[in-house]
Design a protein around this ligand. Sequence first.
Ligand code: UD1
Ligand code: CA
Length: 457
Amino acid sequence: MTDVTSALAIVVLAAGKGTRMKSDTHKVLHPIAGRPMLDHLLASAEALDPQRRVVVAGHGRDQLEKALQGRADIALQEPQLGTGHAVQMAEQALAGFDGDVLILYGDVPFVRTETMRAMIERLNAPDAPAVVVLGFEPEDTLQYGRVIADHGRILKMVEHKDATEAERACGLCNSGLMAVKGRDLFALLARVGNDNAQGEYYLTDIVNIANADGRICAVTVTDDEHEVQGINSRGELALAERRWQDRRRTQAMVDGATLVAPETVWFSWDTQLGRDVVVEPNVVFGPGVSVADHVVIHAFSHLEGAKVASKADIGPYARLRPGADIREKAKVGNFVEIKNAIMGVGAKANHLSYVGDAEVGAAANLGAGTITCNYNGYFKHKTIIGDRAFIGSNSALIAPVTIGADAIVAAGSAVSRDVAPGELRMVRAEQMVKPGWADQFHDIMRKKKAEKDSSKG
Ligand code: UD1
Ligand code: CA
């Protein structure tokens, strides 16, 4: 292993039109596991602590600017004259930079940090290669550029369209990713022409130029062809999602969660699961969910932006929305929606409830159909329910409202004023009681009906 001491810059190419996505959204902003593919890539590169980050953009530059929020410089490539031309556009942003440059593709989002590191280490090896190319050996070489190499030393880079039959027979392909010393990169690029089958400025030509200068160019090969697979269409996007989910499901089980039917559980990039969590079939984790140890998530639940503490019990058919904070041993049952609300330790909402903008105290019990009416069409208000309070079924708690500890709200109440601790509140009309009334009613009515039927003959 070589000690990597040079400063690092990353250049992410993302100026291609992405035509095959047929989308108004920039290709690299399409999410996988709830996170834009560009962010997956940047996160993996971030582990190498780059000093500079440049994204080369063309179409949809505004979208990229908005999504990046200053996390990278943007270099404009207009028009798009090829991968070599694209990297050239980063020259200004990298002015004064004299470290290693790692060239990545925005639509190849799952290159591992280790793979990137291996490229940089190779670049800094004693034989000092001018360019390091990441190669791979796909099952089907398709239209990929070929890397003609001998024992790791590149003899020639050739695009499929420019290649001879003999060159096309070569199974080692160019992933597109490269590592180059900053001081070499732009000098080499300046010498690249576009006299080729596509009339483009090929980045790959810097290898051939350096070779002609007598420099060494090296290829590092990844054994995982999936990590360098590009995403060009919705089909490939779905395939990448599936692969990501499969890896994550396996990891969840390795980490000590039980997935009853792993192929039906959907994770987000940042889902956190504790040990001995049981996830039943058809559960979806949106972004921002953390689940502590010994939680059971029953079938068909949907969680997003939620925190679930240990031994809580969720679902089946529960929906936890952003800001749901489910404390230890709390229970959120079927067809219950929780949004921006705390369910205190051991609190229960077992059936058919909406709990939004609320704080539910420890061991409080919300009966079936309890609704916090948090929105009046203009503003949202808060409902606070004290410890051990009991809310009867089908109650409407009209916020802002506070229910004191140990209070009881009678079933069917619409509560719009605060309830004191220990109080019983019943908000419904007095019951009318008429013994025998129904029997008399039926007698009269049956008689009338019989008279009418007989008069019809
Ligand atoms: C390129 C490589 C090829 C490699 C393949 C891997 C060259 C000449 N060819 O081919 O050897 O096997 O990638 O997928 O480098 N881009 C720009 N501006 C441009 C052109 C492209 O930013 O003017 C970006 C695209 O957005 C994309 C990446 O560069 O992220 C690659 O572009 P693409 O057109 O897919 O490259 P290929 O010609 O397929
Ligand atoms: Ca491509």
